[in-house]
Design a protein around this ligand. Structure first.
Ligand code: GUN
Length: 293
């Protein structure tokens, strides 16, 4: 029997733990956890993500502040907002939603966030800690952290002797995911668009993680029987069967066929997605605890 990994359920238990921790910090130290989310421009998908982050922060009992800036915001204006949030004692986490409009350079903005407030885990200090195996001292990027919680739920904490393949090598996901798997003692392959015979590489994986942004690219004959398959893709594709102009979300994995081969698999939606927000909340309350000493 294949296990369909219920990311919503795991995320809900993380959120419960965050709520308890936030309440305790407020009662015992008088500190209310604060998250500031910044969005520039009017990309509808980004707005949807940001609203759910802000809403969840409120649900966790945090001070939740959303800065919605117009498309024509300048680099200097955005940098000034980050500086203000860096200096704001009531804010423990800062998230600048990506991608930014094309005229803005995201890298200096992300690197200007104080590492201890970088709840996205994108600052080089935090990325460096993940790369060097210092998983206690920094903040781990939310989607790989969430994906690891799901992997551990199936395979346990020690991945010794297991082959893991991560398809995709982005700074936001693929690189930190590979580092976290390696740190848990898996034998890790980072595969990408230039990998020769990707299918054969994937068939070797006890843990297969797909993060490429190509709808249903991973097919059943890429999956080793019994493998744990983690699908990080979120792709909107036309769904004429639902009516004219309708669309639906699919992952990077052809779910129905791969579910017949895998031992455990995440669905899209309802797999890794809910974990990303849950880990963002967890990072924010961790940042608040550290600040409170
Ligand atoms: N855009 C898509 N995913 C993310 C994320 O995890 N963090 C930020 N800041 N922007 C994103």
């Amino acid at each position: 029997m294949t296990t369909i990994i219920d990311g919503k359920q795991v995320a809900a238990s993380v959120i419960e733990a965050v709520k308890t921790a936030a309440r305790k910090l407020e009662q015992e130290a008088g500190v209310k956890t604060g998250l500031a989310v910044v969005i520039v421009g009017d990309d509808p998908a980004s707005h949807a993500y940001v609203s759910s982050k802000s809403r969840m922060a409120k649900e966790c009992g945090f001070t939740s502040i959303q800065h919605t800036l117009p498309e024509e915001t300048t680099q200097e204006e955005l940098a000034a907002l980050v500086e203000k949030l860096n200096a704001d004692e009531t804010i423990h986490g800062i998230l600048v939603q990506l991608p930014l409009p094309k005229h803005l350079n995201s890298e200096p903005i992300i690197q200007s966030i104080l590492p201890e407030k970088d709840v996205d885990g994108l600052h080089v200090v935090n990325a460096g800690k993940v790369a060097t195996g210092d998983l206690e001292g920094g903040l781990i990027s939310c989607t790989p952290a969430g994906a690891m919680v799901l992997v551990r739920g199936i395979r346990g904490d020690d991945l010794s002797g297991l082959n893991a393949v991560v398809i995709g090598r982005s700074n936001l996901f693929g690189k930190p995911m590979a580092a976290l798997l390696l740190n848990a003692n898996a034998t890790v392959t980072s595969a990408h668009s230039r990998t020769k015979d990707l299918a054969a590489t994937c068939r070797n994986a006890d843990i297969l993680v797909a993060a490429v942004g190509r709808p249903q690219m991973v097919k059943a004959d890429w999956v080793k029987p019994g493998a744990t398959v983690i699908d990080v893709g979120i792709n909107r594709v036309p769904a004429p069967e639902k009516g004219e102009g309708k669309s639906r979300l699919v992952g990077d994995v052809a779910f129905d066929e791969c579910a017949k081969v895998a031992g455990a698999i995440t669905p899209v939606p309802g797999g890794v997605g809910p974990m990303t927000i849950a880990m963002l909340m967890a990072n924010t309350v961790i940042a608040a605890y550290r600040k409170a000493g």
